[in-house]
Each structure stands twice: as C-alpha cells, then as structure tokens.
Design a protein around this ligand. Structure first.
Ligand code: PDD
Length: 283
C-alpha cells in the first residue's frame, strides 16, 4: 500500500483525508504539478516549482509554498514507496471554507497533498510505436496557461479519443491546434520543428521548454506558430511532450498517417537527447 503526503503528514493511502469543504473539491480551486521520477530522482523539479508559483500567483493564493519543503517531502515519498520510475503528483488547493463563490477574504491554509504513481517512462511501448491522435474542439476555458485541476474537458476528450481507437486527443480552437489533452503538440516539416506559441490557450510545458534547448543543441530550428489541422496532417513527423511522456512520436492524426507511420528520425533523436539531459540534471 502506498504512503501519501497530506498537510505535513505521511499516511497510508486509505487513511489520508481531506475535508468535504475543500475548495479544491468544490470549485477546482486548486493547482497541481506532475514531476517525473527516473532512477529514483526528480526531473526538472525546480522548473515545476517555478510554474507552481506562477499558477498560485495567477489565482491570487495568499502565500507561496517553500520549494525546499516540497523537495523534502517529494524525496521522502520516493523513499517510502521505493519509487524507481514514475511520477509524483502534487496538488495545492486554496483550502477549506464554507461553500461560497466569493473566495474567502480571510487567510486560510492551503491543502497540500502528494502521492507517487509508478509508470514506465523510458521503455514505454507508445514511444517505440508512436501514438494515434484524433482532433476535437477545444472547449476548455481561456486560462489554460494555469495548471489547475479543472481537467474535466481534457478527461472527456481523452476518453472520447480512446473509445474511438485513438491514443489521445489534440484540441483545435478556431482551426488551430492548441495542445493535447495533457501534453503539448508539435510537428516537423522538413528540418523545421513547430509548436504553438505559448499564450493563455495552452499550458507552457516544462518539457516543452527543455525541448527548445535540446533542439538547438542538435542543430534543429524551432519555430512557434499557429498550426492548422492540414499543416499537422501533412507534417513529416509529429510528437507530443509532457513530463511523463517525455517526447512521444505521433504517427497518425485522424485518418492521416504521418510520415511512414513509424517514429521518425528527428523525433527519435529529440527523445534521446531529452532523456540524456533530463537524467544529467535530475536531483
Ligand atoms: N500534463 N499541456 C497540458 C494541458 C498538460 O496537462 C500538460 C502536462 C502539458 C505538458 O506540461 P509538462 O511538460 O510541464 O508536463 C501540456 C501532466 C503531465 C498531467 O496532467 O499529468
């Protein structure tokens, strides 16, 4: 049985509790981060913490959390659960208050919880074969840049895609690809790697940031621009990025096969470079 973290304490997963009045539960008034663990070490932890600060500031949480405290309980969770490969999920809610749409004026203590989940990151089958994505209307709110736990539409989109035999959904807003249900979307044409500019309609991925650097290190050009569905379907390669997917090839978009239907050489090189740099900088 897993040991999880809730408000300063480690508990067995079936003994951990949060209040029914928690605003995270009632209003999705809460934020999260997912940090990958490989060989028992955290990948890109500091950047995840910077984004958590940003999310908390955007939602006007009264006080930011101490990154060192978070690092300590992340490491403790890895140790207690003997986690070698997978992720740590961290959620911070505004806290507990009587149900009211008006956010509490008095300072309340945030609820902080975290748990581990095992997942194959490096030897993932999907990375070997590539994934198939279907496109759906992006019906999310217009603050997708904040990593809130308001994930219902993303979950519906992923479910619809898997029910139809795809692995994931890419979302389209006004004809342009925004992102995947829980990842950033990329295409490659010739030697140019493209992804949407970061704005309020996508989450600016931590992995996405590192990929800009990896691409540069490999001598590839990256351009941020709006991508249409025909652009994506006629790409020579395509992929997604996220903490747990790292760099994941996309080999089909709706009915269109991408390239020869197998992970292409640029994506494969980027994935290798990303994993190399991630391991070198893990803590
Ligand atoms: N999701 N876009 C969305 C909508 C996401 O949910 C995620 C991450 C990303 C990629 O961000 P990053 O590279 O920082 O992981 C982009 C996480 C992994 C999740 O919800 O499980």
């Amino acid at each position: 049985m897993r040991q999880v973290y809730v408000n300063g304490e480690f508990k067995k997963e079936d003994e951990a509790k949060v209040s029914v009045f928690d605003r995270g539960l009632l209003f999705s008034d809460s934020l999260y981060e997912v940090t990958t663990v490989i060989n028992g070490k955290l990948i890109d932890f500091n950047n995840h913490m910077k984004r958590l600060d940003r999310s908390m500031t955007e939602l006007k949480f009264k006080k930011l959390l101490n990154h060192l405290d978070i690092l300590i309980f992340h490491r403790k969770l890895i140790e207690l659960n003997n986690l070698k490969e997978g992720m740590i999920y961290l959620q911070v809610t505004r806290g507990v208050a009587d149900r009211s749409f008006d956010m509490p004026k008095d300072k309340i203590e945030p609820t902080v919880l975290a748990f581990t989940q095992e997942k194959k990151i490096i030897d993932s089958e999907s990375a070997k074969n590539g994934i198939k994505v279907m496109t759906l209307d992006d019906m999310r709110w217009k603050r997708c840049d904040i990593k809130t736990t308001q994930l219902l539409y993303a979950s519906m989109a992923k479910t619809e895609a898997t029910e139809k035999g795809f692995d994931d959904a890419w979302m389209l807003r006004e004809g342009y690809v925004t992102e995947g249900s829980s990842s950033n979307a990329w295409i490659i044409k010739g030697k140019i790697i493209m992804t949407r500019q970061s704005d309020n309609l996508i989450l600016s991925g931590i992995t996405r940031d590192v990929i800009f650097k990896c691409a540069k290190d490999l001598g590839y050009e990256v351009v941020t621009k709006n991508i249409t569905l025909p652009d994506a379907q006629s790409a020579s390669e395509a992929f997604i990025t996220s903490a747990t997917a790292c760099v994941m090839p996309v080999v089909k978009i709706n009915a269109s096969q991408i390239g020869d239907g197998k992970p292409g050489k640029f994506v494969t090189a980027l994935r290798e470079e990303y994993i190399k740099q991630a391991l070198e900088s893990s803590i």
